[in-house]
Ligand binder design. Structure first.
Ligand code: ADP
Length: 594
């Protein structure tokens, strides 16, 4: 963290760095300005005062020098120089050096006519010049005055070593103060920079969090400046956005929950044909692992016929409802509804409503009505035939008696069909079958008792192997009676003369009771096993009729088993033994175990 902070501090793009750079530049400019300015002022003031001083001295000396003979000049000048402490040079009007307090052989010096101080003195009586003297290796201030008769120049010069030393000391002091100011300002700079950059960094952190989708992050400890106002505004913005996002999320969730709970497959496509929305039922219908959003609808919905109807509906912006067969068993009502909302949502809603079951039921109803009318019509036609014959041959008492009894048995059959239909109807419509503790053994015995004449007629032996420990079950008595009666009745009807029926009841390993009916009859061909529970289905119509069957017995058995949650297993026994086995798996309610 520390390292990171430090790297941010020296980051050339950072605000801190820029502030630091500006500060440093400012301090360097101030120090340089101060140095130049002080140097200039001090030097100018000092030099001016010395210059005035030297000029005054030149005026004073002029008189003495003008009175001195040429031979004494060098001595006098030396003496005067000794008393004032400055170098004195005497130069004639042509620039030739006549005497010099520092040089013993003045004749050897070069002509001074064009020295700046002399040139100035020629014009304005006095003149000065500050320059480096190689003779004494120091800066020198030269002041010259031309004599009143203009026949010679007095030049007094003083080395600037003193002022140079002072200036050096002052400059050193300025630099020292400047440096200290720089260090102090650097320290303040860091504090100020931090004060500025901390809230900026907080704001950046807030923005980064926001960009990454963390809308709950807020800036705390606002600064009291303009940045603080910005931070407050950003927090408010985040509050508003969070509320909006929350509302949108809730709305989206509502929509998604609604969509997902709808069992009909639903897909929404835009006007370009891209899928915008779909539910899970749609993904299941088309066997999709991922959300198909963003893909073209015809990549998913493969049926050409269906796709062309969708394309047409999008082009024409019309709503449509039509039936579409996915396969022989799967039939759907397709609802195409145009969505004309905002541009982003304009498109088409497609709902696939599965009507396979409805269609199947419709088909079953049609079949049932056909079968039932046929079943009821047949005995009527037969009875009519008998009655017509009797009408024609009224004298034949034998035939009359026989045909009347045949008519009665056909009427019985019709009656049996109507009774079975009524029973089935009751099973289908009545939802209230009371469950109670019933004794299976008792029901089996009572069914066998009412079927005894039939059993005896066919010389069938019944083997009863009921485990008395599990004879009590939790079930409905009427349903169980109907079920057991019909199964035993069939076991008699489709048995051979002198055949056998084995009835067994035992508990199995899966905590269920197994009720088994086995006969030694004609058995059921494999291809019919799945269909014998259908209404009016018979393997052999003639045989069923001759036994007085209605074709509804097993339909009643199936319903009675389903209502009670019993599982039915049907087996046609092997060719050697021949026969049929019906097994019922009855769930056990612990409270009825004995
Ligand atoms: P039905 O009144 O014709 O017996 P069911 O619904 O009881 O009608 O039975 C349907 C058909 O199943 C019968 O017509 C018969 O072909 C066959 N079936 C039912 N039980 C047996 C069985 N125990 N042995 C052989 N076939 C059977």
């Amino acid at each position: 963290m520390g390292l990171k902070k430090q790297s941010k501090l020296i980051n050339p793009g950072s605000i801190t760095y820029r502030i630091f750079l500006s500060y440093s530049f400012l301090i360097i400019v101030i120090i340089s300005g101060l140095l130049i300015f002080t140097n200039k002022i001090i030097e100018e003031t000092y030099i001016k005062s010395i210059e005035n001083n030297l000029i005054n001295t030149a005026y004073i000396l002029e008189d003495d020098i003008s009175k001195t003979s040429e031979t004494e000049l060098q001595n006098t000048i030396r003496k005067l120089s000794g008393s004032i402490g400055d170098r004195i040079t005497l130069i004639d009007a042509e620039g030739k050096v006549k005497a010099d307090s520092f040089v013993s052989d003045p004749e050897s010096l070069e002509n001074h006519y064009y020295r700046p101080e002399l040139q100035a003195a020629r014009e304005k009586t006095t003149g000065s010049s500050l320059r480096f003297s190689s003779t004494i290796s120091s800066r020198m201030l030269y002041v010259a005055k031309i004599s009143s008769k203009k026949d010679f120049y007095i030049r007094i010069s003083r080395p600037m070593t003193e002022i140079d030393t002072i200036m050096m000391k002052i400059n050193r002091l300025i630099i020292l103060v400047g440096l200290s100011a720089f260090i102090v300002s650097l320290f303040f700079n860091i504090i100020i920079s931090k004060k500025i950059s901390n809230p900026v960094r907080k704001t950046i952190l807030f923005a980064e969090n926001f960009a990454a989708g963390n809308f709950s992050h807020r800036i705390v400890d606002f600064s009291s400046d303009e940045l603080g106002i910005l931070q407050r505004s950003l927090n408010r913005l985040a509050d508003n956005l969070e509320t909006h996002i929350y509302k949108l999320t809730v709305e989206r969730e509502k929509l998604s929950v609604t969509l997902e709970t709808i069992s009909d497959p639903i897909v929404v496509i835009d006007n370009e044909g891209y899928i915008i929305l779909s539910n899970n039922a749609f993904r299941i219908l088309y066997n999709l692992k991922d959300d198909p959003s963003g893909r073209k609808y015809y990549e998913i919905i493969r049926g050409t016929k269906l796709n062309s109807r969708i394309a047409k509906a999008i082009n024409r912006q019309t709503d449509e409802i039509f039936e579409h067969k996915f396969s022989r068993e799967r039939i759907f009502d397709i609802f195409l509804s145009t969505i004309s909302g905002s541009d982003s949502l304009a498109g088409m809603l497609i709902v696939f409503h599965d009507i396979s079951e409805k269609k199947q039921i419709e088909q079953m109803k049609t079949d049932l009505v056909g079968n039932l009318s046929h079943e009821l019509k047949t005995p009527i036609a037969i009875i009519k035939g008998y009655l017509e014959t009797i009408q024609m041959q009224q004298d034949n008492a034998e035939l009359r008696k026989d045909f009347i009894s045949r008519s009665i048995s056909n009427l019985d059959r019709q009656n049996a069909i109507i009774n079975d239909m009524l029973k089935l109807n009751r099973l289908e419509t009545s939802g209230e079958f009371e469950f109670e503790e019933i004794d299976i053994n008792e029901i089996v015995s009572s069914c066998l008792a009412s079927l005894t004449p039939k059993i005896v007629r066919k010389s069938i032996s019944v083997r009863n192997s009921i485990d008395m420990n599990c004879r009590f079950i939790h079930a409905n008595k009427f349903l169980t009676e109907q079920l057991i009666f019909n199964v035993i009745d069939n076991a008699i009807n489709y048995n051979k003369e002198g055949g056998e029926i084995i009835i067994s009841l035992a508990s199995d390993d899966d905590n269920r009771i197994r009720l088994v009916f086995e006969d030694t009859g004609i058995g059921i061909p494999d291809e019919s096993i799945d269909r014998i529970f259908e209404r009016f289905y018979r393997v052999d119509k003639g045989r069923s009729r001759s036994t007085g069957g209605t074709g509804l017995g097993l339909a009643i058995v199936k319903h009675a088993a389903e209502i009670q949650n019993w599982i039915i297993m049907t087996e046609s026994l092997s060719a050697k033994i021949n026969g049929t086995r019906f097994t019922f798996l009855i769930p056990v309610n612990d409270s009825f175990k004995h």
